[in-house]
Each structure stands twice: as C-alpha cells, then as structure tokens.
Design a protein around this ligand. Structure first.
Ligand SMILES: Nc1ncnc2c1ncn2[C@@H]1O[C@H](COP(=O)(O)OP(=O)(O)OP(=O)(O)O)[C@@H](O)[C@H]1O
Ligand SMILES: [Zn+2]
Ligand SMILES: [Zn+2]
Length: 739
C-alpha cells in the first residue's frame, strides 16, 4: 500500500499541515511527487485540490481511517507542482525537511493583502439615479446629493478623492451603499518594484562579431535534443550583458519568461536600469530589502503574466513563471549564490535542476568562473563559449604589483604606496575617476595588545571584536557591543589598539594627501539604509566624486566608463582566510577589481599592493590570466581532494552544552564508519568549526570527502534517520552542507 503526504492549497494554508491519503491501486503507477490530486476533505468530504509532496509505505495513523485520493490530474502540471518537485529534489540533495525545502521554494504562502485602490460606482441605472437625485435635492443631505450628482456624471470615483473633494465620509458612503445606490469596487495595485519614470528606453545595441558568435553558439546548443547549461566566459568589459539580452529576446519571442540572477544588492541598481531600458515594463526585480508584500506582488505579477523578466538574487530562482524558458546566472562564481541556511542549496545546481523540470535553459556568465563550473565545461558537461576581448577593442588594464614590504623599507608608512600616489595625482589632474578597494569589511579590524598579543574577543562568539567609528567594539556575529579597553586586560599594557586600515581610514588618508579631492565611501556602515547603495553609485556615476573608496561591494560588475585607475590597498587580506577557497576568492576579487577600470574610451591601469607579490593568485590576476590560475589551483585541489576534485559534505553540529555536542558528534563519526567501510571515504573531524562558538552556541563539524556525490547523499540519508530516532541528538542541531 502506498500513502501520499498532501498539502492542500499552498496559497492559503500553512505548509506545516500535511494530510495523509491512500493511493488507490489503479493510481499507484501514475502518482508522483508534485502532482495535483483531488481529495475528499473535512467533515463534508468536499472535494478539494491538493499537492503530493511525498510518498511512503508507512501510514501515520490507523490505515482504516485514511481516506483515498479521488483522482489525480496528471498531464495538467502547474507551476506550483513543478516547484514542489524542485523542493523534493532540494530536500534529497542538500538535506533538510520537506517543509524547509517547500518554504524556500514557495516562500510566500501566507496571504499578504495586495495594496488596493477603492472605487465608488453607481449601482443603479442612470434613469433611476436621476430620480433618486431629484428626491435628494429636496432634502438637507448635501453630501449625498453632491456624491450622487458626481457619480451620475463620472460613473466611477476614486474613494479617497471623493472623500476629500466631496466630503463623502464613510457614514455617507455606508448609507448609500446600504440603499443600493452605489457599490465599492477594489482594484489590486501591484506595487511595481521599479520606478521607471526617469529610465529612458533604449533600442537593442548591435552586437559585435564576438558577441554575435557567442549568442549564435548558445542558440545552437539550444537546438540540441538535450541542451547543456552553457558557461559564458567573457573577460571584464566584454559585454556579457548584451549577449544575455539577445538570448532573452529569443525567449520572449517564444512567449516564455526568463530569470536573471545577480549576486549583490549593490548591483541591482545598474542591472535593473539596463534591463529596464531595454525591456521596459516586462522587467521586475526582487531583493531582500523589499517588504514581504512587495516581493509577493512581484511573484504574483510573474505568475499572472504581467512580468516576463525577473532580476534578483538567489531567491529569484523560484519565480513562479508559467512557462520558464531561461535562467541566467551572472557572476556565476559569487559565493552569495550558496545559501547559508538549510537547505544549503547552491543556485547553480538548483537552477540546472529547475531547468530540467521545466525544460528551460541555463546560461552561467563570469569573467572568472568558479572551479566547479570551469572544470565541468572542460569535461563537456557544460557547453563553453568565450568572449576574449573587451567591447570596442578597449585594452585590458595595465597592472602593476607593489610589494608593501619594500614600501616600508623605503620609509613610506602610508597605506598608499608611492606609485599609487603618483598615479592618483596624474588621474586627478586629468579629472578622471579612481576606485580604491579594500578587501575586507567595515572600518577596522581586531583590537590587540602590542605588548603581549592579546586579542579582544566577543564573550559569546569565538571571533575578535571590530572597532567602529565611535570607539566602541562590535561583534559582527551577535551584535555584542562594548567600550574599547584603555589598557590590556591581560598584561595591563597601555599599547592596545585597533589595526587601523579600514575604508574610513583610507578615505581620510586620501583627503589628507590630496587636498580638495572629492570622495565617496561605500561599505557596511554607509549602506545600511534603504536606497543608500543607489545614492552612492548614482553620485559617483554623475561625477560628484573623484574617488570611490569601498569594500568588496564596489568591485562587482559595475560599469563606470570614466574610471581609469583602480587601487587594491591590501590584496592579501583574503588570502589569510581559513578556507580552501581563499586562493580562488582572492584571484576572483582582484580580477574583478582590476576589471573596473578602462571600460570607457580611456585606457585604464591598476595597482595591486600586497605582502605576497609572488603568490600565484596575485600573479595570475595581475596578468588577467584565468587559464594559468585554473591549472595551478586545480592541481592543489586534486592533491588535497578538495572540490571540485572531490565532493565534500560538512556535517555541522551545534548546541548549548559542549559535552553533549562532543559526545553526539563522536557517535556520528562512529556511525559513519559503521555504515560505510570502503577506503575511498575521507572522514575529517569531529573538530571545532572555524568559528567554534556563536551566541553561546558551540559548533563542531565533521567533513566527509568522496569522489561520488551520490555516495555522500546516501550517507546523509542514513544519518538523517539515525539522528531522528536517537534521543542523544534531541538537544543538538545537525545541518548538512554539501560542496
Ligand atoms: N554591442 C555593444 N554595443 C555598444 N556598447 C557595448 C556593446 N557591448 C558592450 N558594450 C559596452 O561595453 C561596456 C561593458 O559591457 P558589460 O558591462 O556588459 O561587460 P561585462 O562583460 O558584463 O563585464 P563585467 O564582467 O566586468 O561585468 C558597457 O559599457 C557596455 O554598454
Ligand atoms: Zn597585553
Ligand atoms: Zn558575538
């Protein structure tokens, strides 16, 4: 006997409620997860629509009390049912409950009332209305008379206007409604997320030869019976966006829709502008700063056919388009495409899975592809299409690498090397623009004692506190704040201070070095408010500043044609992270940073300041040489069995009680050895996670490495069951993280 877990009407009910139904024998072959079924529901056994979210042979209650499914409407697949199938895929491949997966995929299930406009409408015939008006004119009901006269004239009035101008109070309206003279109508207004007023429409640009050929090759791939995802590797400034737009046009012409994923909020302003200029009202955007209502509106518009192109971060992947034709992932290598909460999905793989369900296509774009994507393109699993030159034959920037140790030896203690200062002076004289990039977040780093080395840490989290502008110390994980100590708590030395090289500090140095220079700063502190990203970017684009100083958020994808110099203040900061990806991250960030200059008519140059000028990530990014970097990095991953040479599953355990956690993780380790005895599985740990404590919760981790993803998924499945039935795991929380 097969039983189906069913949710009823996902748009209005809470997802947590599932009901079990019996699958009649004649439907056993047919039934699948995601399918729409008809079921008797409630006391009256009224037939309702439900979605199958899981199948099992174990009844949850007495089998005699389980009702049977009446009918399954196969063939009639809906957008929701396809998204439910996707949720089931995510549950299986990333490890989570079905509810968690559904909530990720169908994020808006509670009814959020769309904003409504109310109208007053005449509810009687004109003739009848005139008669009533005659009668009313003889009475002292002035407001009612006025309102009826206006209604006879205009037939439909906006409620708020009528209230203001005609004194139609709710008492007046209520009375006339009661008498049947008027009725109230509602119009849903979908809050458009783009204010397109001042965005001029632009016709399609003519693609250059290389762009044209790239688009052509991708379209040819789509002609194949089983089109592969295509990696579009185009150097910075090669015009990948133009190729995307060409492809989107193709999709729209077929009556289908497209999703464009972009990595950062900072980017939406520019990208949305570009897409809006090209496709107008067909484009919408979602982002994490919108209210739930705003996002609901955009999804609803998408479902109803009011939008054909959705631009947004990771979560835009789940836009409920009726006939999705294309998913584009721009800056495919960005870490923000990986979710930090369960299910810890990666947008790249999930996009490919969704595309498989919807028969849609996937295009991944990057100047510096992730090792995962590039190795798959090498093996032929993805198609590979390249743009090798910048648009308009603009040269790639000239890059110089400056050894910061030499600077110190030469007596220069400024954060700006002599060479960078000279180049800045030159550019400022020519009235060109400059970007200075600091590879870290916030104002300043940790505070430490120069006598004994003591580092001030958060008492609740295993991280150092950062010093902020107001002289207070802040924990970026839990928000804990405290005053900066005057003397070292460990040895009493007064030489305790911050590592002062934050964006604010750099901005100050720039102002001191070049009196009269106009600067803008973009970092964690200056972008907290809604709209602040846009303001800073728009101001810089409008030449309201000569120098833009900022963290990672300034280097991604932006296109400022008058920037001719980029300075990287300290390239190594990201090399020191404890993560096997730090070489790749550094290379990508530096290439992107260098790629910001010389995009317009004037050639650009970049200065990379570093303590490790010989490091291959720095060398390769200075040469803008992806291939050499890839080969070097790949050999390191193979040597140490890191992804993509191998697959990795991190099992993260967290809990308040350190002893209970340690014990549970130990049991998990033993269990893994019990269920998998082959030598080809590497087990590392359990050990404390890189950050061993957050908000007083301890965190430990076990890493598994294996060549086959499927093997790790199987082990994860068994562990899930083991954890569920063993009481030792009640007080700890286990998460799975695949990479
Ligand atoms: N066919 C074209 N006609 C006119 N201008 C173009 C064309 N293609 C690209 N450009 C211009 O060249 C510049 C770079 O293009 P775009 O920003 O799309 O590059 P990109 O490949 O996305 O670069 P990055 O990876 O650095 O973001 C833009 O200013 C764009 O308007
Ligand atoms: Zn000390
Ligand atoms: Zn903390």
């Amino acid at each position: 006997m097969i039983y189906a877990d069913i949710i009823i009407d996902i748009s209005s009910e809470k997802l947590d409620k599932t009901f079990q139904y019996r699958v009649p024998e004649e439907l056993e072959q047919e039934i699948k997860v995601g399918m729409v079924v008809s079921i008797p529901f409630g006391n009256g056994n009224k037939i309702r629509k439900g979605y199958v979210i899981g199948l099992t042979d174990k009844p949850k209650v007495d089998p005699d009390r389980i009702k049977a499914i009446s009918q399954c409407s196969s063939g009639q697949e809906t957008t929701e049912s396809r998204l439910i199938i996707l949720a089931a895929w995510m549950r299986e491949n990333y490890g989570s409950t079905m509810i968690q997966a559904l909530k990720t995929v169908l994020p808006i299930q509670e009814k959020i009332r769309a904003k409504e406009k109310r109208y007053l409408c005449l509810n009687v015939s004109e003739e009848e209305g005139r008669k009533i008006l005659e009668g009313l004119e003889k009475t002292r009901f002035k407001a009612r008379t006025r309102l009826l006269r206006e209604l006879l004239d205009k037939k439909r009035l906006e409620y708020t206007l009528a209230a203001k101008e005609l004194g139609a109070t709710s008492a007046v309206v209520g009375k006339m409604k009661e008498q049947g003279i008027l009725r109230i109508e509602y119009d849903e207004i979908f809050r458009n997320s783009i204010d397109g007023k001042d965005i001029p429409r632009e016709p399609a640009l003519t693609l250059n030869r290389e762009q044209e050929q790239a688009a052509e090759k991708i379209l040819q791939e789509w002609e194949r019976p089983e089109p592969r995802p295509v990696l579009l590797q185009g150097v910075t400034g090669s015009g990948k966006t133009q190729v995307y737009m060409r492809l989107i046009e193709e999709i729209l012409a077929k009556g289908q829709q497209a999703v464009v994923l972009i990595p950062e909020i900072a980017l939406t302003y520019q990208t949305v502008r570009r897409f809006y200029a090209r496709f107008g009202e067909k484009v919408s955007v979602i982002n994490s700063r919108q209210s739930q209502g705003e996002r609901y509106d955009q999804f609803k518009r998408a479902r109803g056919g009011g939008v054909q192109v959705m631009v947004g971060p990771r979560s835009a992947l789940f836009t409920p388009f009726p006939d999705l034709g294309l998913i584009i992932i721009d800056e495919e290598h960005e870490p923000s495409y990986k979710s930090e909460s369960t299910p810890r999905y990666h947008a790249r793989e999930t996009a490919i899975a969704r595309a498989g369900i919807e028969h849609a296509r996937v295009v991944l774009g990057s100047a510096t592809p992730s090792l995962e994507a590039y190795s798959r393109a090498q093996s032929g699993e993805y198609g590979l299409v390249k743009l090798t030159a910048r648009y308009g034959d603009r040269p790639m920037p000239q890059v110089s690498v400056i050894d910061l140790r030499e600077e110190l030896r030469g007596g220069n203690r400024s954060v700006l090397s002599r060479s960078l200062q000279e180049k800045m002076k030159e550019r400022l004289e020519k009235k060109e623009q400059i970007m200075l990039f600091l590879n870290r977040r916030g104002y300043a780093g940790f505070v430490s004692c120069r006598s004994c080395g003591f580092v001030v840490k958060c008492p609740h989290c295993d991280v150092s506190l950062s010093e902020h502008n107001n002289g207070r110390l802040l924990c970026h994980y839990c928000g804990y704040e405290t005053r900066k100590p005057q003397v070292c708590p460990q040895c009493g030395s007064p030489y305790i201070g911050g590592f002062k090289a934050g964006t604010q500090q750099i901005e100050k140095v720039v102002r001191d070095t070049f009196p009269g220079v106009r600067t803008l700063r973009m970092d964690f502190d200056t972008t907290r408010n809604k709209g602040s990203y846009e303001q800073i970017l728009a101001a810089f684009a409008a030449h309201e500043a000569d120098v833009l100083v900022g963290t990672q958020m300034i280097v991604k994808g932006h296109d400022f044609p008058d920037v001719t110099l980029v300075g990287v203040i300290a390239a190594d900061l990201s090399l020191n992270a404890e993560d096997y990806r730090c070489g790749e991250r550094t290379f990508q960030l530096l290439c992107q940073a260098v790629g910001r200059c010389g995009r317009g008519m004037k050639a650009g140059e970049a200065v990379i300041q570093t303590y490790h000028p010989e490091h291959y990530s720095i060398q390769a990014s200075a040469a803008q040489d992806y291939q050499t970097f890839y080969e070097e990095e790949m050999s390191y991953r193979m040597l140490l069995d890191y992804p993509p040479a191998s697959h990795m599953l991190a099992i993260l355990g967290s809990g308040e009680n350190e002893e209970v956690l340690t014990q549970a993780m130990h049991y998990l380790e033993l269990y893994i050895y019990r269920i998998y005895r082959e030598k080809d599985l590497h087990v590392i740990g359990p050990a404390y996670a890189a950050i061993g404590k957050v908000k007083d919760i301890y965190r430990q981790v076990i890493y598994l490495k294996h060549k086959e993803y499927k093997t790790l998924v199987r082990i994860k499945d068994q562990m899930e069951k083991y954890i569920e039935i063993n009481s030792g795991f009640r007080k700890i929380y286990i998460q799975f993280d695949f990479s």
